[in-house]
Write a protein that binds this ligand. Structure first.
Ligand SMILES: [Zn+2]
Length: 169
C-alpha cells in the first residue's frame, strides 16, 4: 500500500517518534508499505513519521531500487559515530522541490534493529552516511532545513506558507 507523504508543517514531523517494541506481522507489513511508498516517490529514504506514523523506523535505498542489496531497514536507529564532513545538495520527500547544500558527516555508523529485533551496526559513507543522518534525525523530530542558515531556512518557510495559502501544499 502506498501512503500519502506528510509534508512539512504537520506536527508529526517535528516531534520525536516512539521506539518500536513489537516485532510482529504488522511491523513487517508497515515496512513493506514504507518501501513501496518510498520507491513510488523516487526517494532514497523514508521515515515512518513521513507517512504519519510516529514510530522509530526508516527505510533507505541509495540505489533507488536498482541494487537489491542496497535495501535497508533501520528500526530504532541511533548514530553512534561520525567522521569528516561533506556538503552536498539534500532534499526531503516532506519538502518536495526544495533542495539545499547541507553539511553532514562524510562517514556515519548506525546501530539499529532488523525486522526480528536483532541488533546490528552498519557504517556508511557519502550518500549513505547522509541518508543515515537525515533519517535518524526525522525520528527525533528534526528536518534537514535545521542545518541551513536562518536566512535560507526562513526563505523556505516563507515559500511553503505561500503555497499553503494558495492550496498548493
Ligand atoms: Zn526527509
Amino acid at each position: 500500500m502506498i501512503y500519502p507523504i506528510v509534508k512539512y508543517g504537520q506536527e508529526v514531523l517535528e516531534r520525536p517518534a516512539a521506539p518500536v517494541t513489537q516485532f510482529d506481522g504488522s511491523l513487517k507489513k508497515l515496512v513493506a508499505d514504507m518501501f513501496e511508498t518510498m520507491y513510488a516517490a523516487n526517494g532514497v529514504g523514508l521515515a515512518a513519521p513521513q507517512i504519519g506514523i510516529s514510530l522509530k523506523l526508516c527505510v533507505i535505498d541509495v540505489s533507488c531500487g536498482k541494487d537489491p542489496n542496497a535495501k535497508l531497514l533501520l528500526v530504532n536507529p541511533e548514530i553512534i559515530a561520525t567522521e569528516g564532513q561533506q556538503v552536498e545538495e539534500e532534499g526531503c520527500l516532506s519538502l518536495p522541490d526544495f533542495r539545499a547544500k547541507t553539511p553532514r558527516p562524510s562517514r556515519a555508523t548506525v546501530r539499529a534493529q532488523d525486522l526480528s529485533g536483532t541488533e546490528f551496526t552498519l557504517a556508511g559513507e557519502g550518500l549513505l552516511a547522509r541518508a543515515f543522518c537525515h533519517e535518524a534525525e526525522h525520528l527525533g523530530g528534526k528536518l534537514f532545513i535545521s542545518h541551513l542558515s536562518r536566512l535560507k531556512r526562513d526563505s523556505i518557510k516563507r515559500q511553503v506558507r505561500r503555497m499553503v495559502k494558495a492550496g498548493e501544499w
